[in-house]
Design a protein around this ligand. Structure first.
Ligand SMILES: [Zn+2]
Length: 199
């Protein structure tokens, strides 16, 4: 049996069963132990599906186009990462690949894999392991850092070349809050309960 502590008066009680959308209230002081997100599965699933579409667009279309002396160069996320690697900036290339491609892809893919079947009243095989990886990937999903890097590079390049933001850049800008939203709506307790991890 799990226990929860009151943050206001330090009372410790056995974790009560709380329906979705409800709150557990401390009987001693009236403080809130915790809240259960309402419709967490539906909101998380909808946001994750939006994130998946934005992620595909962010990777499939040019990120930026440079025009220099009449020559136009298109850069995608992958080709930008590959260019960094070829320039010998291995650490930066690896970090960009991890934080903007691999971690978000895993986070989105595994969330869909775990939360999708729950919505359909089912349970994916290996859901417990998959959901653990979702939580593990989250800190590595740092696309905003990459975006800031891009903006800094743009300011430097602005005098040398004409820069046209591509569709992928806008998808990326939208992807950041969308992916953050999946974390905001996701109530891990409800997911653990549904996938039946009883350790
Ligand atoms: Zn209390």
């Amino acid at each position: 049996m799990a226990f929860v502590g009151c943050q206001d008066c330090d009372a410790v009680v056995e974790e009560p069963d709380v329906p979705d959308g409800g709150s557990a209230i401390c009987l001693r002081c009236g403080g809130t132990f915790f809240r259960r997100q309402r419709r967490t599965v539906e909101f998380t699933l909808a946001l994750t599906m939006s994130a998946a579409i934005l992620f595909v667009v962010a990777n499939a279309y040019p990120f930026l186009s440079f025009e220099m002396q009449g020559q136009v160069t298109h850069t995608t996320l992958a080709s930008g990462t590959a260019a960094l690697w070829e320039q010998g900036r291995y650490a930066v290339a690896a970090l960009v690949f991890l934080t903007t491609i691999l971690a978000p892809a895993l986070q989105i893919g595994l969330l869909l894999y775990v939360v999708g079947p729950i919505h359909l009243a089912g349970r994916a095989p290996g859901a417990v392991v998959a959901f653990r990886w979702v939580e593990r990937c989250r800190p590595w999903s740092m696309m905003e850092v990459f975006l800031i890097g891009i903006l800094v590079a743009l300011v430097k390049l602005a005098d040398m070349a004409e820069i046209v933001p591509g569709l992928a850049l806008w998808a990326f800008v939208l992807l950041i809050p969308t992916l953050a939203g999946t974390s905001a709506f996701l109530d891990p307790e409800i997911v653990w309960r549904e996938i039946g991890d009883l350790e």
